[in-house]
Design a protein around this ligand. Structure first.
Ligand SMILES: [Zn+2]
Length: 190
């Protein structure tokens, strides 16, 4: 038995006593000149959009997939957030609810997105703006604005959402999509 071993038990007893010391268990009041600790500021990509909003994914969480972007995709997400600021202003400064932004290659494969999806580049967001109005009206407002985009898609599934892509080609394509009809040109209920 090593020489120091018998001291370990009394040391642990002291440590437990110390832990149970009521003075130490009592909540510590912060000194008046010390600011109370603030929750950590989320990383902002723009005034109204955080990195967390543009990368969160229930599917990624459920499947243990790391959905954090690399440096290049992070730069794209900054650009995406700036575009969403323009959309937000266009929609009367009503909050935009992003359902999907960046999708890492693993996540994109899992949700059945194509490998070349703008989402996997950090160059697309799916969203709604309930306080502004129906999804088709959001799409029409963006189509009729001078906001730059590559693809604007009125996507219709069990719910509806706007897909806005800002691939650098900036083709200004306007489409509608449903699983049954696929992609059709223009904005219409499918
Ligand atoms: Zn999308």
């Amino acid at each position: 038995m090593p020489a120091g071993q018998p001291k370990v038990v009394p040391m642990i007893c002291d440590w437990i006593k110390d832990l149970l010391n009521p003075e130490k268990l009592a909540p510590q009041k912060p000194a008046t000149d010390q600011p109370t600790s603030q929750p950590e500021e989320p990383m902002r990509l723009s005034k109204h959009f955080t990195l967390a909003e543009l990368t969160r994914s229930a599917t990624a969480n459920a499947n243990g997939i790391d959905n954090s972007p690399g440096v290049r995709h992070l730069a794209n997400l900054h650009h995406l957030a700036e575009t969403l600021e323009h959309v937000r202003a266009l929609l009367g400064n009503n909050p935009i609810i992003v359902s999907s932004g960046y999708r890492s290659p693993d996540l994109n494969r899992l949700v059945g997105g194509s490998d070349t999806s703008s989402h996997s580049q950090g160059l697309a967001a799916d969203f709604t703006c309930p306080r502004f109005g129906p999804v088709i009206e959001i799409c029409e407002a963006i189509r009729d604005s001078n906001i730059q985009f590559d693809q604007l898609i009125y996507e219709q599934g069990s719910t509806e959402w706007v897909h806005l892509g800002i691939d650098p080609r900036m083709r200004r394509q306007v489409m509608s999509w449903s699983r049954k009809a696929g992609y059709v040109t223009g904005l219409r209920k499918l």
